[in-house]
Design a protein around this ligand. Sequence first.
Ligand code: PAF
Length: 284
Amino acid sequence: MKLFKEISSLRNFLNEKRLNGITKIGFVPTMGALHEGHISLINASKIQNQLTVCSIFVNPTQFNNTDDLAKYPKPIEDDINLLIENGCDVLFFPEVSEMYLNDEVKKSVDYGNITNYFEGKFRKGHFDGVVMIVKKFFQIIEPDNTYFGQKDYQQCMVVEKLIQENNLNIQLHVCPTLRENDGLAKSSRNVRLTAEEREIATIIPNTLYYIKDALQKKPLKEILINARQQITAGSNLMKLEYLEIIDAKSLNPLSEINETTHAVALIAAWCGNIRLIDNLILTE
Ligand code: PAF
């Protein structure tokens, strides 16, 4: 695997590859602390492209909590080994000073419902930072395909808008969430849960599955009341930020579901000091 820390050398390498006949480049952006979820994105890219580029960059502009940024896991040696084992071709691992100017100002992004609610509301400025860095990566790497995990459902929609807004010739692939055996969505933040919290956190996927199961049996309003109660009922370590059933495209909360509705349940909750998000597609 080739490792680049500088934009110019990565660009030169990719240009040379293109001149030598590489026509499909896949890109998997990450913040490291890689797990099987990330590897599934690498695998998806390897199937559809001749060259796969992964980035590891803990992007400071998308954190609205300095503690979360400071404590974000950074096991770079393990990450590099995992990428090599899984046949990733290129790792881009820049310093903050390579990606941002000293005096660079974060621009506010407004994609309506997509950026204003849920993660956009509870993590002010988060999507501004995501758009800023993903756009830079797209401009540097100019991939044909890019791979994002469905676990960050709203982020996938933001990236879709970013691509449309800038008329980029990039195909976004949203890959399914990978889960642990007990249902907890794989996430780099899971390693920060204590053993007790790790067990309690399974209430998140269990509640999502409850919602899906109850859809045919109960009115939506009642399902949501039960589901929200369920999250915090078992332990005072759990604090719910939001739990909504929304239209998959507009993100508008739904009051009923019929045969034509594409509904998704979105959740964010704190388990101790760790904020976890998850979602489940309810009707396709
Ligand atoms: O999902 C992530 O890990 C990050 O938001 C991303 C897409 C790598 C941008 O920093």
